[in-house]
Design a protein around this ligand. Sequence first.
Ligand SMILES: [Zn+2]
Length: 148
Amino acid sequence: MSLLEQGNVDEKLTKLVMELRRRGLRITAQRLAIAKIVFENIKDHPSFMQILEKVRSSMPGISPSTVYNNLQLLEQLGLIKSFDVAGETRYDDIHDHINVVCIDTGKAFDLDDEEVVNIIKEKLSSKLGKARIRNMILYVECGASGPG
Ligand SMILES: [Zn+2]
């Protein structure tokens, strides 16, 4: 992880603590540890099972529902978002970007192009006014067969 990404993770954790405090929610070491792992891996668009596996490598006894509830909370607080790929929920970073999803392999990656994103926003606002973009997903086919 680069210094920039590490800074980004720290920033998100600070934001999380602020939001938890503001809402009178408990700030526990476990909650922060889970959030840290989520933020560190969010660029890979992980599924719930992938996140659970990462969390369990440092907290072996943790229950799936605890991890799930924490993911729900992070999403409610606006610190992550999610979308579906072939019926599976994938978690994602909230910055404005285009997600490229391969329907053959299920792989997802970010297309970070501010210029393109801004053009899409402009076109959209000329048609829909104040509509906010929730997610931009570009489905592609790479031709390889998927994992199942
Ligand atoms: Zn993304």
